[in-house]
Design a binder for this molecule. Structure first.
Ligand code: ADP
Ligand code: MG
Length: 352
């Protein structure tokens, strides 16, 4: 069983607290991603779980055992870093088996586990090569192999794909997800890339400045962000935000544009709010609100348009191909049932 339970975990360096009490329960077999901007404390939290950083406050348990004072190798975890740090003078097989070798595992057992991991990762034909003879993706797979041979209760990944080019990153994303589905090992994965988080995670933990902003499934975070930070962090292009207030049950933008709210509820009459509109919740409509086109980017399958509308600059993603030019008008309508309202002052979600 590989559960992880984090209770009010805190971390200080000297007088500076950088993790302000993080709590999180991870079920056996779950794939959980910690995501947030650079410097928010993701790696620190992961390293505290691994035992590479002291825990300044709170408790961390792995499979119901408090590990605060246990050394890394007593925690039954295996970690994969961004820099794979393979031993250059050891072969792939030796790199993968090295931790078992250190643990004085019998030779046949090491061979069996290395071969199993190599088969899972498609590295069988590369076992005698040296790291310099491998591509970036193959090295990354060896780094994962090193973790797999240990058959730990929990895998910890810290931005393992950051050094790869964009295409390989997408391929490895699929590979890691497939690997998790096959092995079923509890996994905690750190990234600053929200798309990586959205596509891979069972559950996402959004962190910001040493706190957890929201925990949920990818679509929960996308459909019901609890505050403006999560709303703007998850999704690409990002959610559009428009300033205004509620007037006669509608949204009235600061430039006076009236936007119907449909079933979107939760704000009081007269209340200053920020309206959130996902780019794909905008539709072409000759009877809609006029905006002025800033840029048009056809991707082939969709057209991405930046336009000034309702006193704001917004991004729209349309299925249609759009022949208009920058500077000309585009009339659009917003899906009234998929709008998001946030308190203008606190940034907290108002929509029920
Ligand atoms: P992330 O992985 O989310 O980018 P980190 O966990 O690496 O963020 O860092 C969180 C914060 O802790 C940052 O502000 C960083 O400067 C600070 N920090 C990390 N390690 C140390 C350290 N050894 N001493 C002092 N501050 C540190
Ligand atoms: Mg980091």
């Amino acid at each position: 069983m590989g559960t992880v339970s984090i209770r009010d975990a805190r971390k200080s360096y000297g007088a500076v607290e950088i993790l302000h009490g993080v709590s999180l329960d991870i079920a056996d077999g779950e794939f959980v991603i910690l995501v947030g901007p650079s410097g928010c404390g993701k790696s620190t939290l992961l390293r505290m779980i691994a035992g590479l950083e002291d825990i300044s406050g709170g408790t961390i348990s792995i499979s119901d055992r408090v590990v605060n004072d246990l050394a890394p190798k007593q925690r039954d975890i295996a970690m994969v870093f961004q820099s794979y740090a393979l031993y250059p003078h050891k072969t792939v097989a030796q790199n993968m088996g090295f931790s078992l070798h250190l643990a004085r595992t019998p030779k046949e057992e090491i061979e069996r586990r290395v071969n199993d991991a190599a088969r899972i990762l498609g590295l069988e034909s590369l076992l005698d090569r040296y790291p310099r003879q491998l591509s970036g993706g193959q090295r990354q797979r060896v780094a994962m192999g090193r973790a797999i041979v240990r058959d730990p209760q929990v895998f910890l990944f810290d931005e393992p794909l950051s050094n790869l080019d964009a295409k390989l990153r997408v391929a490895m994303r699929t590979e890691i997800k497939a690997l998790h589905q096959r092995l079923g090992t509890t996994t905690i994965y750190v990234t600053h890339d929200q798309i990586e988080a959205m596509t891979m995670a069972d559950r996402i933990v959004v962190m910001h400045d040493g706190i957890v902003e929201q925990i949920g499934s990818p679509l929960e975070l996308y459909d019901e962000p609890v505050n403006l930070f999560v709303a703007e962090f998850i999704g690409s292009p990002a959610m559009n935000i428009v300033d205004g207030r509620i007037e006669n049950g509608q949204f009235s933008a600061s430039d006076g544009t009236q936007i119907p709210l449909g079933s979107t509820r939760g704000a009081a009459e007269g209340q200053p709010v920020k309206l959130g509109v996902r780019p794909e919740d905008m539709f072409l409509d000759d009877g809609g609100i006029a905006g002025s086109i800033v840029t048009i980017e056809p991707t082939g399958s969709e057209t991405h348009v930046t336009l000034t509308i309702a006193g704001a600059t917004m991004s729209g993603v349309f299925r249609e191909r759009i022949a208009s030019r920058p500077g000309s008008d585009l009339r659009v309508r917003f899906n009234p049932d998929r709008l998001h309202l946030f308190d203008a002052e606190t940034g907290m979600r108002l929509t029920k």
